[in-house]
Design a protein around this ligand. Structure first.
Ligand SMILES: [Zn+2]
Length: 211
């Protein structure tokens, strides 16, 4: 798997890189994004730490804003996971409340009285700061939804199955309470270790990316 994983790293590193605050006009409306994180290295360069996409039509840019900007952990599993690791790293008991999903009216009614919203806001702000200053990404266009999900899954599987790249000892994800994150070296819990690209698959993917 390592050859295919290396090929994905090289392809991704050759694409235009976006740093916060990013120029939305340079990001496709539909596609896949690949995140890199400061200090994380693999295959002779920066290491891929997350792969993601979107389901709704034309939602790639807004998905990225949900991760980098919108201070609501319940709208971004990526934000939720960064927060989990920051809280766990400092043995902060607020982790228990950070876990609660307050999206529905019912959940809000049930839990709101338990939560220190001022404190929660300060954690959201730490999460934004961490994400904005440590992550960069590339993105490429995939207009068909089924194809997006298929390519996303294959990249995730290829990178997670690779034995040649992994987290540094100081990687924030090593503090994650989610074993799948600490174990895979990726800010992901789904689509790990499924069906990776084979040699011909990676060739097709490479041609697809280069257009
Ligand atoms: Zn690898």
């Amino acid at each position: 798997m390592s050859k295919e994983c290396e090929a994905i790293h090289v392809l991704a590193r050759n694409l235009e890189r976006h740093y916060f605050p990013f120029a939305e006009s340079h990001i496709p409306s539909n596609g896949i994004y690949i995140l890199f994180e400061k200090g994380e290295r693999g295959h002779g360069g920066e290491r891929i730490v997350r792969i993601g996409t979107h389901t709704g039509e034309d939602q790639l840019r807004s998905r990225l804003k949900q991760h980098f900007l919108n201070e609501n952990k319940d709208r971004s599993i990526f934000r939720k996971n960064i927060g989990r690791s920051l809280l766990k790293q400092s043995s902060d008991p607020f982790l228990e409340f950070w876990e609660l999903d307050l999206t529905t009216r019912k959940a809000k009614d049930k839990y709101s009285h338990l939560i220190d919203f001022e404190y929660q806001k300060s954690i959201e702000s730490r999460v934004s700061q961490y994400i904005q200053s440590n992550f960069s990404f590339c993105a490429f266009e995939v207009n068909d939804k089924a194809k997006r999900l298929e390519i996303e899954s294959k990249i995730i599987s290829t990178v997670s199955c690779c034995k040649e790249c992994g987290p540094s000892r100081s990687w924030l994800g090593c503090s994650s309470p989610k074993q799948k994150i600490a174990g895979s070296g990726l800010w992901l819990v789904n689509e790990l270790y499924k069906t990776p690209f084979d040699a011909s698959g990676i060739e097709g993917f490479s041609e697809f990316i280069k257009g």
